[in-house]
Design a protein around this ligand. Structure first.
Ligand code: AMZ
Length: 300
């Protein structure tokens, strides 16, 4: 397929597939980035007249995921460290490549920090500084100083998961200062919310959590269908529909998204943004095609 920079793993059980280094294709999309600030908006605005569904680009934004492990850009299956499927050695180059393809926002996760194995702080800083597209960043953000530092470094938004879910008082405190810049990550398996790199199951139902979050000022809510993540088998659309219905905040959907029709269904559901990893890295979704339909603000 034209425009792809790597191919699907030939042997999914191999932990380090021999992918070629990231090479941004030539002739990237010439879409203008009109107003990046408005790229994620209230989901209500994404519930469109069915007639408008034929117009492109869509109002939902697709956000490429860039997960960091040991200084590399990786993709894991089901978030498990022993199921690494993609490894690319130059994360800053990967981030620049997504920008050149026409994407308008990057979702950056420090997996080592999220799973309490260490951190990739320097690379996070380099990507925010050099990537040429706005970045939302998370993974291991467990205190106010880190939120402040990442915003000072230039992050568009900061993603908080574990501490926000385990400690609602702390979330209320940080939301009072930076609410409009915070994204709460609710990672979900069997409708229960997870924390600590998906190792701990909190006995809280996702829709209860979403309703509690409605009381706080936040930039958006991100919901990851952990049971679908990295498997290229489609996301949990009923979950995303329920969350979009329950949330007063814009909702970002993540986990298993792998077809254009799925992206259109998510947009029609009122999802404000879709975070896509494995399908873009393997070429299951053509990044150029996705960026043209979903990568930029339509300027509506
Ligand atoms: O893949 C994983 N095991 C994983 C992952 N991708 N564990 C956590 N995360 C992501 C969440 C969210 O974006 O989806 O890390 C962020 C939350 O980190 P924390 O440290 O605030 O819970």
């Amino acid at each position: 397929m034209e425009g792809l920079f790597c191919q699907p793993p030939s042997n999914p059980s191999t932990s380090r597939p021999p992918f070629p280094p990231f090479r941004p294709p030539l002739g990237v999309s010439t879409f203008a980035i009109r107003n990046p600030q408005s790229a994620i908006r209230n989901p209500q605005s994404a519930i469109r007249n069915p007639q408008s569904a034929i117009h492109n680009p869509q109002s939902m934004i697709v956000i490429p995921a860039l997960d960091l492990r040991e200084g590399a850009c990786v993709q894991l299956e089901s978030g498990e460290y022993d199921r690494e499927r993609i490894r690319m050695p130059n994360p800053v180059g990967v981030a620049k490549g997504w920008a050149q393809l026409g994407f308008n926002l990057l979702h950056l996760v420090d997996l080592d920090a999220a799973t309490e194995r260490g951190n990739n702080d320097e690379i996070v800083r380099d990507i925010i500084r050099d990537a040429s597209l706005p970045v939302q960043v998370g993974g291991g953000v467990r205190d106010a100083d880190t939120i402040e530092r990442l915003l000072a470094d230039g992050a568009r938004n900061v993603v908080v998961g574990t501490r926000a879910l385990e400690n609602p008082d702390w979330l209320a405190y940080v939301a009072a200062s930076w609410g409009g810049r915070l994204i709460v990550a609710a990672d979900v398996r069997d409708r229960n919310v997870l924390s600590r790199g998906w190792q701990r199951t909190l006995t809280r139902h996702i829709t209860d959590v979403i309703e509690e979050l409605n009381d706080l000022p936040l930039a958006s809510i991100m919901v990851t269908a952990v049971h679908r993540d990295g498997q290229l088998a489609g996301t949990d659309l009923p979950l995303m529909e329920d969350v979009a219905r329950a949330s007063d905040h814009p909702v970002l959907a993540s986990g298993g998204i792998s077809t254009m029709s799925e992206l259109r269904s998510l947009a029609d559901t009122g999802i404000a943004g879709a975070i896509v990893g494995m399908a873009l890295y393997t070429g299951t979704l053509n990044p150029r095609v996705v960026a043209e339909e979903f990568g930029v603000d339509s300027g509506e």
